[in-house]
Design a protein around this ligand. Structure first.
Ligand code: SAM
Length: 357
């Protein structure tokens, strides 16, 4: 794996003159702010708590994956500490992801504590839904505000092909369990793949309408050592045009704090989102960073630069050192990514399951 990981003690040239616009909080004070060198305020962290998954989606992972050894993965206590320090720096939205976060042993232990963190007002989870029939209730009780569930097809055979091992019925049960548990505005995430699921977009929207779900269509990104993605790429505009042949779509200014742009269908509560990292790059307003299960801070999904928080965590250093490493990471957040040139040959060879979606 190719990672240009920065060691916290080494200051790269581009960081020499970098000063966060607002200094991080002093120990014990309530609020801070993270601002990158392009002036973007970072308020949203995606935290991957495992690289393991019970599915092997073809666009996300290799068929044969070598997972991280257990001691290379942040402990749940380390995850909690990292989250707490980010919240002290003004982060108010945290997405728990993976891999599949709900296959991590004792994930609930962490999620319950995150749910009680003062200042964190938007705790959300992205899951493949396979474990939700067991976990939906305790997640709701823990204070999780919203769940995103990946669902690229409703057809059992196709589902198995895309996930290589998954059972769509388990996911459909999980979606129902989320509703019964009290979750509203649950969102389906659909990766658009020409020749694989593009004949089902209308059915998927209808499913969302029937079940009072939101739904987002995602342009496939060239992450991980998978070649030839330009064959399957579909732009958000093309999908929207196709959906508009069946549904009346009204543009909406709603913002869920993430990268999706939304449309509404009159008479329904369903929001139809489009996440278009290729065709309508949203980097100008990026408010996010990602933490991998092995404690790397990636300021941009589409780049290889990262800061190792794990080294700080395991060095015995205090929270000030951790804050310093995080603030340093803001200095390497690039202006943006460019996926479009990379569909045949990805420059980011870590799989999405490594970085966390
Ligand atoms: N296991 C959980 C799940 O399935 O949602 C969380 C992790 S998964 C990596 C998070 C999201 O990333 C999913 O919605 C998945 O569809 C999306 N994803 C994975 N690889 C992708 C790619 N190459 N392009 C676009 N989205 C991708």
């Amino acid at each position: 794996m190719h990672n240009e990981t920065l060691r916290p003690e080494s200051t790269p040239d581009e960081l020499v003159n970098f000063r966060p616009l607002v200094q991080p909080v002093q120990r014990g004070s309530a609020k801070g702010a993270l601002v990158d060198k392009h002036g973007r305020r970072i308020t949203y962290v995606r935290l991957s708590i495992t690289d393991r998954c019970d599915f092997r989606c073809t666009y996300c992972m290799a068929e044969e994956m070598t997972f991280l050894p257990r001691n290379a993965v942040m402990s749940l206590e380390e995850c909690l500490r990292v989250a707490r320090v980010f919240v002290g720096l003004g982060v108010n939205k945290l997405r728990i992801t993976g891999g599949e976060p709900l296959v991590r042993k004792d994930a609930l232990w962490l999620i319950e504590r995150l749910g009680a963190l003062p200042g964190l007002n938007n705790l959300v989870v992205t899951t493949n839904g396979s474990q939700l029939d067991r976990f939906a209730r305790p997640l709701f009780a823990a204070g999780v505000k919203r769940i995103n569930i990946s669902l690229d097809t409703l057809r059992p055979e196709r589902f198995r092909q895309i996930t290589r091992i998954g059972d769509v019925h388990k996911v459909l049960n999980g979606i129902a369990a989320a509703r019964t548990a009290g979750f509203r505005r649950t969102k389906l995430n659909v990766v658009m793949m020409r020749g694989t699921n593009d004949d089902e977009f209308i059915d998927l929207v209808q499913f969302a309408l029937d079940n009072e779900l939101d739904i987002s269509f995602i342009e496939e990104m060239p992450l991980g050592d998978i070649h030839g993605r330009s064959q399957s790429y579909i732009s958000a505009d093309e999908t929207r045009d196709r959906l508009a042949e069946r549904f009346e779509l009204l543009p909406s200014t709603e913002d869920s704090g993430g990268p999706a742009r939304y449309w509404r269908i009159p008479g329904s509560t369903t929001r139809i989102g489009f996440i278009s990292p290729h065709s309508h790059n949203f980097c100008d307003n990026c408010n996010r960073v990602r933490i991998t299960a092995r404690g790397e801070l990636y300021p941009c999904l589409g780049q290889n630069d990262a800061v190792s928080l794990m080294e700080v965590l395991r060095s015995g250093a205090d929270d000030d050192a951790l804050r310093q490493a995080i603030v340093g990471g803001m200095g390497i957040k690039p202006l943006g990514h460019d996926f479009t040139q990379q569909m045949e040959a990805p420059q980011v060879v870590r799989f999405m399951s490594m970085t966390g979606g």
